[in-house]
Design a protein around this ligand. Sequence first.
Ligand code: IPM
Ligand code: MG
Length: 355
Amino acid sequence: MLKKTIVLLPGDGIGPEVLRAGAAILRECAQEFGHQFDLPEYPVGGAAIDAAGDPLPPSTLEACGKADAVLLGAVGGPKWDALPVGKRPESGLLGLRKGLGLYVNVRPVRLRAPLRGISPLKPERLGELDLEIVRELSGGMYFGNPEMYSVPEIERIAAFAFARAEGRERRLCSVDKANVLASSQLWRRTVNTMSQVYPAVQVEHMYVDNAAMQLVLRPSQFDVMLTSNMFGDILSDESAALVGSIGLLPSASFGTGAPLFEPIHGSAPQIAGKDMANPIGTILSVTMLLRDTLGLGIEADWVERSLDRVLASGFRTTDIAEPGAQVIGTAAFIDHLRQEMQSTLAHAERYGWGV
Ligand code: IPM
Ligand code: MG
C-alpha cells in the first residue's frame, strides 16, 4: 500500500477532459488496491496565464517539485496565439520540463491488438510495430539557436536509450542530421563512444529525413530510436499516425526531479469541451506512471487489459472509429473502462487469475 502525491495539471483545450479520465483511473487503483493518492490540481499553460498572468506560476512549479509524479493534460490554444514566444502557454510546459530537470522523454509506440485495423498502413508494411522514441527533452533547438548540445547532455540521454534497448530487442537507432548540423556530428561521435559500454546493443545511425521515410516504409525495423528534442517531437507525431491516432500515445519524462507523464497530443481546441477527446494517451500515461515510477505493475496490467477489452467490445472515440464501431464520448469511454476494470477484478477474485 502506497501513499503518494501526484500533481494534476489539466492545462488547456481537451487537457482537462483527458486529465479527468486519468485521475478517475488513478482513484480506481487507489480504492481497489488500498493506496492513498493525493491528487492536487494546479494551473499551467493558457489557464495559468488567465488565472495568474504566468504560464508556469511559481506555486505550480513548487508543487510539482515536491510531488512523487506529475500528470499533465495539454497546453495551448488560439486564445493565446498572438502572444510572443516565451510568454505563450507552451513556455509553461517547457519551463516545467526544465524546472524539474527532465531531460528524458520516452514515447512508446505500440499497436493495440483491437486497433490494428485503424492504421493507415497496409498490414504487410505495418508488421509488428513496437518501438520506443527516446527524445532528449531539455536542450537542442528548443533552447538554443543555433542548436547546441554538450557531450554530457548527449551522454545522459544516450545512456538512458542504451539501457532501454538492453531491456528490449537491443537495437538502437540514433537519428540525427550529421550531414548538416555540427550539433549532430557531436551527437553521433558521442553515441559511438558510448556504444563501447553497451556491447550487447547494436547501434545504427540514420539521418532524420531518411528516418521519417523509413518509419512509413518499414516501421518494424525500429526498436529504440534515440534523438534530439526537435526531431523527437516530429517523429513521435508521425509514429502516432502509424498506430492510427495521435490520441493513443503516452509519454513519460524523467530526470533529476519529479517524473512527468503526459499524452503526446496537443490541446485540440477544435474539439475541446465537446466530450470527443480520446483519453487513451492519458490512460496509458497513467499506466506508465503506475508501472515505471510507483512500481505498481499489477495495477498497470489491470488497467491495460481492461482497456483492451473495452476496445475489443467495439467501443471507440470518434478519432479511432471504424465502420460498425460503437462511437462514444470521453466520459462514456471512461465509464465503460471503469466497469470493465470492476468486472475484471471480480473475475480475478473468483477464479484467482486474470488481473
Ligand atoms: C509535445 C508537444 C510540445 C513540444 C509543445 C506543446 C511545446 O508538441 O510534447 O510533443 O513541442 O514538446
Ligand atoms: Mg509534439
